[in-house]
Each structure stands twice: as structure tokens, then as C-alpha cells.
Write a protein that binds this ligand. Structure first.
Ligand code: ADP
Ligand code: MG
Length: 686
């Protein structure tokens, strides 16, 4: 028989035939590696071994002895009971099972067994009830571990039809035995020592068959560390390969900082500390002839646009073009207006390209704004020095890479890349997900901005809330948003239909004397534009919308937001939504309604009343709902972790540190990483 490797299909393992292999495949176990990394989620404690004479009622014990007798008994209801007597040197003990008639054959008298279970009273005497069993004699030499189902901490796996923990234990023990020589250490000694990691082979053994809780914990730590390390290593590799062999423009301005002065002077405000810092970091990047790959993260309203505009300004000053790509037309149009306002006093023309808005000129433009329709107008770009992508998570990473490649091919050099996101992502996740990017964070709002006062409102106060809003609009001439939930995870026809109905009800029944408008993602560009214009001119009092408003409406006169079905949103997402109000001087408010909130959901929502930092809220989401529920991560192709967790901040940062050390000290790291590819959870489809 050929020797097993970790990539060998499980079918070639002793005890696994084609039928079982198929079932295993259904739970993702295709290779020996998959099997060994199918980790238990808990252990049953059968470690207490007791002589029969000393067993006590209520105890969970393992006893070892010989089957003295065993028989099937039939009950009146047609079921069977297996009654056995087991004996060791100290005495005999009755054992019963239910409805396992084959046991009388498997456990024939004279066979040595190990039995684990609970001692309970049965027929007036202490009895071992439905124990796990394994045969000790004749000794099954194929097992490395004499006992795997009894007499120890016994692993429990997530099961499926036709695959139970007992079977998994058996084949995992087999796989461990057959792979004894081929599981190599991947960490150099100094990393093992520094981070207190047990050897790899030992960890894989002990995670399944630990001799103690502490041993299981050490194994778990080692394997989680390894998993996170490999993810970080891959991110660092991507970061290095991004710059490898690539050229970008670099600034020849003697002092870019000073060159920026006219732009900064034209602003009606001065920059916040974080904005200044971000611009400084960008300048450092464009001083080098290597393409920048920087992520600008900041809450909604923190002023990312100005930072992007400053970068665009410097690019134009250097004689290159800049482009800004936005995920939706609404957002593109808003940016277009902002940029026009910013740049027209400086005599720098700004153009827009999108599907519905035709390109207005054919001449070479300096600054172009658009949706991904930008890509279909390659003729505009021959000299692109900077590409800014807003809300970057809405474009896939691969798509992003392709765009850049295309542009580079056409013009012979790479544009610098600045991506922006308001998606609050916990630091641990940012480090992992965007490990290949340099990060600039804007962690403050412009001065004078008041946090949006937020209230979770019980449904019985709904009418009161509406009447208050009506009064507020009439007296203070403010505007409001009413946001309907996504019926499904994204904007579908269903969602649109629900929003339409809500709109109709609100306009006809609730606010007949106010002007309402509807906005959703499936409207034509022209219609959207018309609504936005009316909004900006104050001709609309309340905008009813699906959560599309989240990206890109800047309406200083809007001070109230009502969010329906708030329990369907993540906290971070709600935080982003409410960021749409409170952009002006006035106090603004956000009211949250939940459909059928559980107590837990209400407590979760209450966090929004007191916490006003997106990243903090995202951390709560991560703890309460897991990474899958953090807004935006699904689009990222977030890695599915087998054992590590993103809530373990120490783990993430140590693994990252170790990955850096590894790259810096091991000249063969790149070669090694290709060997390990199969061990790395896929962050990206390769
Ligand atoms: P976001 O980070 O959400 O993209 P924007 O760039 O749209 O935020 O900025 C939000 C608002 O804050 C805009 O109206 C912008 O003009 C204003 N703004 C940005 N920076 C400052 C600042 N330093 N001081 C005052 N207002 C600012
Ligand atoms: Mg923005």
C-alpha cells in the first residue's frame, strides 16, 4: 500500500470505504488533512477508572473487565434490552443497553471490555446504563491508543447522518497512527519557544486524544496559533507581492506638503488631527516609486473625502490623472458634486462617468468620478496616477486587482491605490482581512459634531414618535429619513416591495400633510438623481428608503432618522446608517424600532444609545453574532476558521508578529509557504 500523505483521499484509510468516504465528503472531510483537522468541540470526561467494587451511584466512570454473560430481553412494546454482567477482580456489575441487539454478538462472554458511562439504579441495583464500549481483547493492534472511546477524555465531534463521533474517533486514531512520520513541524524552534507552542504532531494527537484538560488546551492554542499564523503569512505575502516589480509615479514636488497649501486654504474648515496624519501617510507613500496600497478607515462623517481629494490634488499637481470609483451611482454623483465644489475654485475640472449619466466631454480629464462604469471608458485614462475606491468592500478584492492590472498594462505603470471604507471592522479582523494593506485610520469626527442621540422605541410609542416628527418638521423645517429593513440580506425585489408599501402607508395614512419620497436601489439613475435633487432643495420632508441611504447621502438638513426592523441589522451597520443624520450643527436623533424583539435583541440595540464609535460596536457584533454577521465581511470572502477565533486579540496580534519574524529571519519563507498552501484557510479564492 502506498504511504499516506496529508493529501491522500480519506478513502484510502483503513476503515473508510467508498460509501463512508462519500458521507465524510459531505461534511468537508475529503483528505487525511481534513480529517485530522476536524477538531472536536468538546470532550466527555470518562477519565475516572474505577474497580467495580468501588463504583457509586451517580458517578460517570470507566470500568474494565470481562463480559460474564449477556442476553437480549424483549419488552412488551417490542423493544429490546441488552442485559450483561461484567466482572473484574473486585466484583461484578450489571450493565444495560437499549435496542442494540447486535451487542450480544459483539460483546460475547469472555471478551475483555472497557465500558464508560453513568451508574444509575436499575431494577433496584447500581447498574451501568448505556455505556460506551470498546473491546480490549483481543487487542486491536491497529489502534495507536488502546482506549479511544472510554477511560479518558473522549472527543465529541459535530456529527451528521451516518457519521458519529465513535466512527470519527476510530478513523482519526487510525489516521494519526499512519501519519506518524509525515507530520512535520512548520515553526522554527525560536517561535515555538517564544510563543509557548507544543510541537505540531503532538498538538494534532492531543487535540483529539488529550490526557488532560491542560493538554487539550495546549493543543488548541498551538493549532489556533498556526491557523492564524498562516493567514497572516499569506496576507504579508500578498502585501510584498503587491509592490514587487511594480512602478508608480512618485512625487517630484520639492515639498508636497507645501504644494498642498492652496487646496487646504480653499477649505472652509481646518483638518482634524487624524485627517492630517492620513494625508502625511499618503505623502510618504507617493514619495516612493512603488504603488501605494492604503486603506483609509473612518466612521461615516469622519471626513475621508477630503483626504482623498487632497491625494487627488497632489496627483494632478504632479501632472497625472486621478480617478474616484464609487459603488453606486448615488454615491458617485455625490462625490462628483463635492469634488466640483472643492476643485472649481482651483481651476481643476472634474468629470463624471456612469451608466446613466453620459460622459460629458471627450477631452483628457484630470479628475474623473464614476461607478465601475469607469472601466468601460479606458480611453479617458492614459496617465492615471491615483485610483481611489470608495466603500472598497463592495468591489471584490479580485475585481480590484484586475482593474489595476488592466490600467497598468495600458499605461505602462501602476496607479497608486487608495481605498476607503466606513465599515467599522474590529481591529483583529482588520489586521487579518487587510493584512496586505497599509492602514490609515480616522478616529475622530470633525469638531462640533454632536453624536446622534439614539433611542430604542417600544412599538406602543410609535404613534407618539410619528407625531413628534411631524411637529419637528413643521416647526424646524428639518428633514428626516425612514429606513426600511432589507427583507433579505441584500436589496431584492422583496425588499423594494416592502419599502413601497411602507412608503404608501406613511404618505397616505401617517403623514398626509407632508411630502414624502421613496428611494431604493432598483430605481433608474435618473429617478434617483431627481429625488436627491428635490431632497437637497428641501422639497421633500421625509425620505423613505431601503438601507441604500447608508452609502452616500450628505444632507445637512436631515436631523432625524427612524429605522424599522432594527433588530435585523448589525450594530455597526446601524451605526453607519445613523451617521447619515447629524451632519449639520443641530442636534439630531435616531429612533430604532424592532419587529419582534427578544430581550437579547433589545439589550444589543441599547448599546447604540451609549456607544458612538463604529469600531467598538463592531467588536460587540463580533462577540455576540460572530464574524459572519459583521456587515460587509461576507463580501470579503472571509476565511472560515477551524479553530482560531477573531475575538482572541492576543492570538491575532501574536500570530502576526510571528509571521513578520518568520519572513524576516527565514530566507526560504517563500518556498515554504507554497508547501503550506493546503494548510492555509482561503482568504481569497486563488
Ligand atoms: P465620510 O468619511 O463619511 O466620507 P465626508 O468626507 O463625506 O465623510 O465628510 C463629512 C462632512 O464633514 C462633509 O460635509 C465634510 O465637508 C465635513 N468635513 C470633513 N472634514 C471636516 C473638518 N475637518 N472640519 C469640519 N468639517 C469637515
Ligand atoms: Mg464618504
Amino acid at each position: 500500500m502506498p504511504k499516506l500523505t496529508l493529501d491522500t483521499p480519506v478513502q484510502y484509510l483503513k476503515g473508510v470505504g467508498p460509501k463512508m468516504a462519500k458521507r465524510l465528503g459531505k461534511i468537508g472531510i475529503k483528505t487525511i488533512r481534513d480529517l485530522l483537522t476536524y477538531y472536536p468541540f468538546r470532550y466527555k470526561n470518562f477519565a475516572l477508572k474505577s474497580p467495580i467494587a468501588q463504583v457509586q451511584e451517580g458517578e460517570t466512570v470507566t470500568i474494565q473487565g470481562k463480559i460474564k454473560e449477556i442476553k437480549n430481553e424483549y419488552t412488551k412494546t417490542g423493544k429490546t434490552i441488552q442485559k450483561a454482567l461484567v466482572e473484574d477482580e473486585t466484583g461484578t456489575l450489571p450493565v444495560v443497553w437499549f435496542n442494540q441487539p447486535f451487542l450480544t454478538k459483539t460483546l460475547a462472554p469472555g471478551i475483555s471490555v472497557s465500558l464508560a458511562g453513568k451508574i444509575k439504579r436499575f431494577n433496584y441495583q447500581p447498574t451501568l446504563i448505556s455505556p460506551e464500549y470498546e473491546i480490549l481483547s483481543p487487542r486491536k493492534s491497529s489502534y495507536q491508543y488502546q482506549e479511544i472511546h472510554t477511560g479518558r477524555l473522549v472527543p465529541v465531534y459535530s456529527e451528521t447522518k451516518g457519521i458519529n463521533s465513535k466512527y470519527l474517533r476510530k478513523i482519526i486514531a487510525q489516521a494519526l497512527k499512519e501519519t506518524k512520520e509525515i507530520i512535520n513541524e512548520i515553526f522554527p524552534r525560536q517561535i515555538l519557544v517564544k510563543y509557548n507552542l507544543i510541537p505540531r504532531r503532538q498538538a494534532l494527537e492531543k487535540i483529539h486524544f488529550p490526557e488532560s484538560k491542560a493538554a487539550a488546551e495546549a493543543a488548541r492554542h498551538r493549532l489556533a496559533f498556526e491557523e492564524m499564523f498562516l493567514i497572516q503569512l499569506q496576507a504579508l505575502e500578498r502585501r510584498l507581492s503587491w509592490q514587487k516589480g511594480k512602478k508608480s509615479f512618485w512625487t517630484k514636488l520639492s515639498s508636497p506638503q507645501e504644494s498642498l497649501a492652496p487646496f487646504l486654504k480653499s477649505l472652509p474648515f481646518s483638518l482634524t488631527k487624524s485627517q492630517k496624519k492620513a494625508i502625511k501617510e499618503i505623502i510618504t507613500d507617493i514619495k516612493k516609486p512603488k504603488p501605494m496600497n492604503r486603506l483609509l478607515q473612518g466612521d461615516v462623517g469622519s471626513g475621508k473625502t477630503i483626504v482623498a481629494a487632497a491625494a487627488a490634488y497632489l496627483t494632478v499637481k504632479n501632472g497625472f490623472q486621478a480617478a474616484l470609483m464609487a459603488p453606486t451611482e448615488i454615491l458617485a454623483f455625490q462625490h462628483y458634486q463635492t469634488f466640483k465644489t472643492l476643485f472649481s475654485p482651483l481651476n481643476i475640472p472634474v468629470e463624471i462617468i456612469s451608466h446613466s449619466l453620459r460622459k460629458e466631454t471627450k477631452k483628457v480629464v484630470k479628475i474623473t468620478i464614476g461607478t465601475h462604469a469607469l472601466l468601460h471608458h479606458e480611453e479617458v485614462f492614459s496617465n492615471l496616477g491615483l485610483l481611489i475606491i470608495d466603500e472598497q468592500h463592495r468591489f471584490g478584492v479580485l475585481q480590484r486587482g484586475k482593474i489595476i492590472q488592466q490600467m497598468a498594462q495600458r499605461q505602462g505603470f501602476f496607479p497608486h491605490l487608495l481605498t476607503m471604507t466606513a465599515t467599522p471592522i474590529p481591529r483583529t479582523v482588520t489586521l487579518t482581512l487587510h493584512g496586505d494593506l497599509d492602514l490609515s485610520v480616522i478616529d475622530e469626527l470633525p469638531p462640533g459634531r454632536k453624536p446622534v442621540a439614539t433611542f430604542v422605541v417600544p412599538n406602543e410609542d410609535r404613534e407618539k414618535c410619528y407625531r413628534w416628527l411631524e411637529k419637528e418638521i413643521k416647526e424646524k423645517k428639518i428633514q428626516a429619513f425612514i429606513v426600511c429593513p432589507f427583507v433579505e440580506p441584500s436589496e431584492t425585489l422583496e425588499t423594494v416591495k416592502a419599502a413601497k408599501e411602507e412608503f404608501k402607508k406613511l404618505q397616505e395614512k401617517v403623514f398626509p400633510n407632508l411630502k414624502l419620497a421613496l428611494l431604493h436601489g432598483r430605481m433608474k439613475g435618473k429617478e434617483k438623481k431627481a429625488v436627491l435633487e428635490k431632497l437637497q432643495k428641501g422639497k421633500i420632508d421625509i425620505l423613505v428608503s431601503t438601507p441604500v441611504v447608508e452609502v452616500g447621502i450628505d444632507l445637512p438638513n436631515a436631523t432625524v432618522m427612524i429605522i424599522e426592523g432594527a433588530d435585523r441589522f448589525g450594530l455597526a451597520q446601524l451605526h453607519q446608517l445613523r451617521g447619515r443624520v447629524g451632519r449639520g450643527e443641530r442636534k439630531s436623533r435616531c429612533f430604532l424600532f424592532a419587529e419582534n424583539p427578544t430581550q437579547k435583541a433589545l439589550i444589543r440595540l441599547k448599546a447604540l444609545e451609549t456607544i458612538h464609535q463604529g469600531v467598538k460596536l463592531a467588536e460587540i457584533d463580533l462577540k455576540l453574532r460572530g464574524p459572519g454577521e459583521i456587515y460587509g465581511l461576507k463580501q470579503h470572502g472571509f476565511p472560515k476558521l477551524k479553530i482560531a477565533t477573531f475575538t482572541d486579540f492576543a492570538l491575532v496580534s501574536q500570530a502576526r508578529e510571528a509571521a513578520k519574524e518568520f519572513i524576516n529571519t527565514d530566507p526560504l519563507w517563500q518556498k515554504k509557504i507554497t508547501h503550506w498552501k493546503a494548510d492555509i484557510p482561503a482568504i481569497l479564492p486563488n
